[in-house]
Design a protein around this ligand. Sequence first.
Ligand SMILES: [Zn+2]
Length: 187
Amino acid sequence: MEPMSQAKPESRQEISPQAAGRITTLLRKSKLKVTRSRIAMLNLLSERQTHMSADEIADAMHASGHPIDRVTVYRNIDRMLEANLLAMVYIPGRAMHVGLRSNPGSPHHHFIVCQETGRIAEIDSCFLGNCWEHARGVIKQANGWELTGHVMQYVGLCPEAIAAGNGTAPGTGHPDPGELRRAASAR
Ligand SMILES: [Zn+2]
């Protein structure tokens, strides 16, 4: 048990016992050691409901009165990515962003990134689901490589971008990377 303290700094934002309990269960289920840093990081990502870079996480931890050094933030991100508690989103030209998985612990996930607003949504369906074995066979034969997994991310327009009339003509499936970069930097 943490000793009671009357002299906590005003700016320190306490983590509710319910949230801490939920996160502790999550960490234990994923066979990860329960540490104060991990609880604080997961609580932050859960409250913000967004994806953040390691530096943004470290800054937010500091601002909320839970200072964690950057090395610890990076290490924890690595461990929690491996355990599928966090997911990584790739936005060209920007630092790696991580967020809390909507279904923590499940091994498979993909994202859609909105090219207009930069919003990110997690999706359950996998485009390779029915043709994974086929893809493995083709690549093994053509390149001699043994596939063990894949990383992919959809790009598109979120409902808000469509409603705002930002919808462009249906793409070729291979958007100009510059378009993504512009959308990301406009945030
Ligand atoms: Zn997949």
